[in-house]
Design a protein around this ligand. Structure first.
Ligand code: AGP
Length: 601
């Protein structure tokens, strides 16, 4: 949620470097964007609303801007940038970052929420500070300025941080200092380094074209860069910290679209490979986690949105395969479980980004009670991974489309492995998953896409659609609904098939599309009856199933894979959601109102 990219170094085209970096972070927020850079002891700011990917430096019109983005003629250039997902204040240029004090003494970009900003703002107003935006970020700039009256720039930042509550990351520059200061408390910030050049970003792929050498800024740490040298400090004690450079292996290509028109379809197609990478987990780690689950007095699985639905799938898988009860909770609802936590409880946190604020908060609450944390996470440098006792990396590679696809199936695969391992049948589970991955490989071909396109064209103008599933495919019905909502903007809802007759069936009218996830299991008969009940009321049944059934108006074939049916059932719905988005002229990678990682509560 919101992307930060900043550059400190000798390159004269620093603003351009920052704009290009922000383009690679746009999936984190695309309501508006802005940059600032230092030139002739002044800080120049440029802001725009809309998507930065559509902005071309060469043809840009800077008529109403105070800057022209060209060469910066300083010994070291300092430039900061931000792409915004609005939290405090409407989407407009004024509320876009960077934010600054009246004469741009202090200019900063910020991600996260400064929770006690209104009290601090009231205090600063009394001191004579004047504010031009409704944002919490502008208050940070003024708070630092207030401390500048009695401290130097770095000290003033440190003093300001002491007064800030909430999760945040920011990068700040000052007119009267050559320092660039960055701070991290709960929101990601990683520093790329190339000799005496530094790239500070919310995510690694943003600076990969420049360097693969990084410093991890941990939570509650800040850094200061001046004259090409960097120093790190602890946020509480302000003691200096020694850090070493880490070389990472991510390649640029995996973070680019390549020949695909959108990241979403590229990532759907990558599932051929990503699943195999997920299955190929360190067996000792899987067995260690399975042992911890078997010994724990209560296991909680926590996640949000799609990752939450994977947690729900896990509940069913553990009951089915390991005859074991595990509890699922959305991150945002976890506090109600706090009374039941002890140091014998185990938490499994599921997340693509590893930065979701609601899940992080659940982890914090659990850690307070001595709960051991296992995370199933894609971004291995994330806050979540660093807070966990054991990390099971899903190894899906960068997932850029806002709608999660490849990370979802990889997470489901790992939950399946764990359930089998808990039942003492890891090898059997692994073999089943390997076979499933190979069947998915066969499924993902252009003919399959074309077939699904037939149904997408048939239903592209509907107002509402529903998805039904039973048992382990009930959460997949919920996940299907999320996928369709996110990118097609069609009103879509998932139901436990048996629940339809208790109310939702009243929503069915002539030609309402209903996707029925029909696996070859003990619930097949019941779900087919439920589909028939819908059809009798005029519903149009799209069956996702290994076999064609009389009740289906349209059949999407999936392989019969037994306990891995959630994996094969979600994929055609991902494709359908993508195609509906394209047909309805929506941007599937950057759907309205959303952001890739949700770092606010
Ligand atoms: C998935 O398509 C959504 N974009 C969203 O629900 C997402 O899964 C949720 O915000 C959790 O994100 P995380 O996996 O990064 O924690």
């Amino acid at each position: 949620m919101c992307g930060i990219f900043s550059y400190y170094g000798k390159k004269k085209n620093a603003p351009e470097i920052v704009i290009e970096g922000l383009k690679r972070l746009e999936y984190r927020g695309y309501d508006s964007w802005g940059i600032a850079y230092k030139q002739d002891s002044e800080i120049h700011v440029h802001k725009e609303t809309g998507k930065i990917s559509e902005f071309k430096v060469e043809t840009a019109d800077f008529k109403d801007s105070e800057v022209s983005i060209g060469e910066v003629k300083e010994k070291f250039t300092l430039s900061i940038g931000h792409s915004r997902w609005a939290t405090h204040g409407r989407v407009n240029k004024t509320n876009s970052h960077p934010h600054f004090t009246e004469d741009k003494d202090i200019v900063l970009v910020h991600n996260g929420i400064f929770e006690n900003y209104s009290e601090v703002k009231a205090y600063l107003k009394k001191k004579g500070h004047k504010f031009i935006t409704e944002t919490d970020t502008e208050v940070i700039a003024h708070l630092i300025e207030e401390h500048l009256k009695t401290h130097d720039f770095l000290e003033a930042v440190k003093m300001a941080i002491k007064e800030m509550e909430g999760r945040f990351a920011f990068v700040v520059i000052s007119k009267n200092s050559n320092k660039m200061v960055a701070a991290r408390k709960g929101s990601p910030l990683i520093i790329g380094v190339k000799g005496k050049e530094y790239f500070i970003a919310s995510d690694i792929p943003a600076f990969l074209p420049h360097t693969n050498k990084i410093y991890y800024l941990d939570d509650n740490q800040l850094c200061s860069i001046e004259n090409g040298e960097i120093e790190f400090f602890d946020m509480d004690s302000f003691d200096p910290i020694e850090k070493r450079i880490v070389e990472i292996e991510l390649d640029i290509e995996s973070a680019e679209k390549g020949e695909f028109p959108h990241f979403m379809i590229k990532e759907i197609m990558e599932q051929k490979d990503t699943l195999n990478r997920a299955i190929n987990q360190n067996e000792d780690q899987i067995l260690k986690v399975a042992d911890a689950i078997n010994k724990a007095y209560g296991t909680y699985v926590v996640g949000c949105g799609t990752a939450g639905k994977v947690g729900m799938v896990g509940e069913f898988l553990f009951s089915k395969i390991a005859k074991k009860h595990i509890n699922f909770s959305f991150g945002s609802e976890f506090t109600s479980h706090k009374p039941f936590l002890t140091n014998k409880t185990l938490m499994i946190a599921i997340s693509q980004s590893g930065e979701t604020a609601d899940t992080l908060e659940a982890i914090e609450a659990a850690k307070e009670k001595g709960v051991k944390i296992v995370s199933i996470v894609n971004v291995e440098s994330s806050t979540m991974a660093r807070m966990s006792d054991i990390v099971l990396p899903i190894k899906a590679g960068p997932e850029k489309a806002v709608a999660s696809t490849k990370a979802t199936t990889s997470q489901i695969a790992i939950m399946t492995l764990l359930a089998y391992a808990c039942a003492g049948k890891l090898y059997e589970g692994k073999q089943l998953l390997i076979n499933t991955a190979s069947q998915i490989n066969d499924m993902l071909n252009p003919r399959y896409e074309e077939h699904i396109m037939g149904i997408a064209k048939r239903i592209q103008d509907v107002e509402s659609m529903y998805i039904i599933g039973r048992d382990v495919n009930y959460p997949i019905a919920l996940e299907s609904a999320i996928k369709l909502q996110e990118v097609s903007y069609i009103h879509a809802e998932g139901f436990a098939a048996g629940e339809l007759k208790h109310g939702p069936i009243a929503l069915i009218s002539e030609n309402t599309p209903v996707i029925a996830l029909v696996s070859n299991d003990e619930y097949k008969k019941e779900i087919l009856s439920n589909a028939m009940e819908v059809k009798s009321r005029g519903g149009y049944i799209i069956g996702v199933a290994p076999e064609n059934e009389d009740v289906f108006d349209f059949w999407i074939r999936v392989p019969d894979t037994g306990n891995t049916s959630p994996l094969v059932n979600i994929i055609p719905v991902q494709i359908l959601a993508y195609q509906l988005a394209v047909l309805r002229k929506n941007d599937p990678d950057k759907p309205r109102n959303l952001a890739k990682s949700v770092t606010v509560k």
